[in-house]
Design a protein around this ligand. Structure first.
Ligand SMILES: [Zn+2]
Ligand SMILES: [Zn+2]
Length: 565
């Protein structure tokens, strides 16, 4: 178990291993599962991991997949986090999340954990050379202080630089270890080709006589490569340290092999040419039945195998760093020196790269914009904003030049979100009031219900209300209900009876007037007015009322309150 793994995670892993044999429900059928980001076992239903605190929303899931790559950084919150792209790492540096003392690993460290400050290709984005820690800029390839290439370790010295200007790396021992590892790697890659068919490598086959370097041995091949390097131009050979390390590392075995072959080859050649049976025997040992074809003429100045390998590595590296112009220049140089026109297709591929990347970038951005729009349409504004937030400054200004304003899009989404929240609140209020009104209606309180419905009509926009209820119809219905509930007025007496009753009452009023009972007479006349429809009223009823009133008042005025007896 790696020491940086939290102990509770160790526990979980052991638990998962032992739970199989317990006979209970297997772990993978349960309610818990590993977090997709950190691998800790958590509830399946949760929407954010309690350990690494990462959200499981579609936007975040998608964004995390887009940045998956072969670079790792040690995050105490998520020690088993997935790898990210180099570009992501640079963005994290810009945001201050990766610092010089952060621990990272990736292709340039051969996945050894290292301080970011010591990591080839990455350190210069932190402003320093990974070898000597002198100040450096991301656009530099070689360190201006130690003159070593900053994109790899070991790093070749700047082409054309006098060897005495190349400085030693800060951590010399670690650097030399890296060189040893690099040599071993170069040796093992040649071994399988050399052992089964002991024919010399093509570049060396051109030589008229077999040379000691063509020894079919992995170690010898590595030694030959190191030896050959010392013979090439200063610009092309690896640093002095590489050569000296190679000499120090394996001089004895190398010497033994050369001496063995130097003595053996003349003997074999003599046997081959002068003793036919022996010659056939040797041919059959090497699997050759016909004499080997004459070596092809070498029209160009001989270029060393190791040099080609180094230059191809330079081209690969430039391509990885997306410096296609440099990669093309390097390949052209190789073609010029070797005449190997098969590399032309590589140049064509490199020329197409910027266009392909441009298209890929375009597709990715379009994908993001579409995703944001889909989320926005689903009222998932936070997710939409999260998707847009990941579009960097550079992409934004580029999109703006194509009339796509991401900033404005974000603004619009935020406005829509505010509007949506407001609408949702209004909707909730409306629902509450509608429920209240409906309850009042069912509990036979139509007047109260009517007042709530009227209030709804005055408070909320018509469109919103119409989605729930036909308000006008409801109000009309309620008004009818209320009207039906009030008792009807007593039916008016039939006309004949009314005429007679009015006449009787009029007569009674006249009688009372004669007796100077003006108040009672007045009451009688008023009673006609209230009890009967106007069409039954005697002529000049109002005039008579006024006359009786005047007489009553005159009587009261003269101080005679009570009528005569
Ligand atoms: Zn997690
Ligand atoms: Zn340096």
């Amino acid at each position: 178990m790696p020491p940086w793994l939290p102990t509770d995670l160790c526990g979980r892993i052991q638990m998962a291993e032992t739970s199989d044999s317990s006979g209970e429900q297997p772990a993978w059928q349960g309610d818990q599962a590993p977090c997709v980001y950190c691998g800790q076992v958590i509830d399946r239903s949760t929407d954010r991991c309690p350990h690494c605190r990462t959200s499981f929303s579609v936007a975040v899931r998608q964004a995390s997949r887009e940045v998956v790559g072969d670079w790792y950084y040690l995050d105490p919150r998520n020690p088993s986090g997935r790898g990210v792209t180099f570009e992501t790492l640079i963005k994290m540096i810009e945001k201050g999340r990766i610092k010089a003392d952060s621990v990272v690993r990736g292709p340039t460290t051969h996945h050894d954990w290292m301080y970011a400050a010591e990591t080839p290709r990455l350190a210069k984005y932190l402003g320093m050379c990974p070898h000597c820690f002198a100040e450096a800029k991301p656009e530099d390839t070689f360190c201006t202080s130690c003159q070593l290439k900053m994109n790899m370790r070991p790093g070749a010295p700047r082409p054309g630089i006098p060897p005495d200007l190349v400085k030693e790396p800060f951590h010399k021992d670690a650097y030399e270890m890296e060189q040893k590892l690099a040599e071993t790697a170069a040796g093992t890659t040649e071994a399988p080709a050399a052992v089964p068919a002991p024919t010399p490598p093509p570049a060396l086959a051109a030589a008229p006589t077999p040379r000691p370097e063509s020894t079919p041995s992995a170690t010898a091949a590595a030694a030959a490569a190191a030896l050959a390097d010392t013979g090439t131009a200063v610009a092309d050979r690896p640093s002095r340290i590489v050569a000296s390390a190679a000499r120090r590392g394996r001089p004895k075995l190398w010497l033994v092999l050369i001496l063995t072959w130097v003595t053996l080859i003349p003997v074999l050649l003599l046997a081959y040419f002068f003793i036919p049976p022996v010659g056939n025997g040797i041919r059959s040992i090497f699997g050759i039945t016909t004499p080997p074809p004459p070596p092809p003429p070498d029209p160009l100045p001989k270029v060393d195998d190791a040099w080609i390998r180094n230059r191809l590595a330079d081209a690969d590296e430039a391509e990885q760093a997306k410096d296609y112009a440099l990669a093309i220049a390097v390949i052209k140089d190789i073609i010029e020196k070797t005449g190997d026109v098969s590399l032309e297709s590589r140049i064509e591929a490199l020329r197409r790269k910027p266009e392909e990347e441009h298209k890929a970038r375009l597709a990715k951005l379009r994908n993001r914009l579409e995703l944001a729009e889909t989320f926005s349409a689903d009222h998932r504004y936070d997710d939409a904003l999260a998707v847009l937030r990941n579009i960097g400054k550079e992409d934004r200004s580029w999109l703006l030049s194509r009339k796509v304003d991401v900033d404005k899009m974000e603004e619009t989404i935020r406005a829509a979100q505010t509007q949506y929240v407001k609408q949702k609140k209004q909707q909730e209020q409306l629902t509450a009031m509608l429920t209240q009104a409906a309850d009042l209606r069912t509990s036979k309180k139509p007047a109260e219900a009517l007042s709530v419905y009227t209030q709804i009509g005055n408070t909320f926009p018509n469109g919103l209300v119409a989605a729930h209820i036909d308000l006008a119809a409801t109000i009309q219905q309620l008004q009818a209900e209320i009207a039906a509930a009030t008792p009807p007025p007593p039916p008016p007496p039939p006309p004949d009876e009314a005429v007679k009753a009015v006449a009787d009452m009029e007569a009674a009023a006249a009688g009372l007037e004669k007796q100077e009972k003006f108040a009672e007479a007045l009451a009688k006349l008023e009673e006609i007015k209230t009890k009967f429809d106007q069409k039954f009223w005697p002529d000049a009823l109002e005039d008579r009322i006024r006359q009786v009133k005047a007489k009553k008042e005159a009587l009261e005025f003269f101080g005679i309150d009570s009528p005569k007896k």
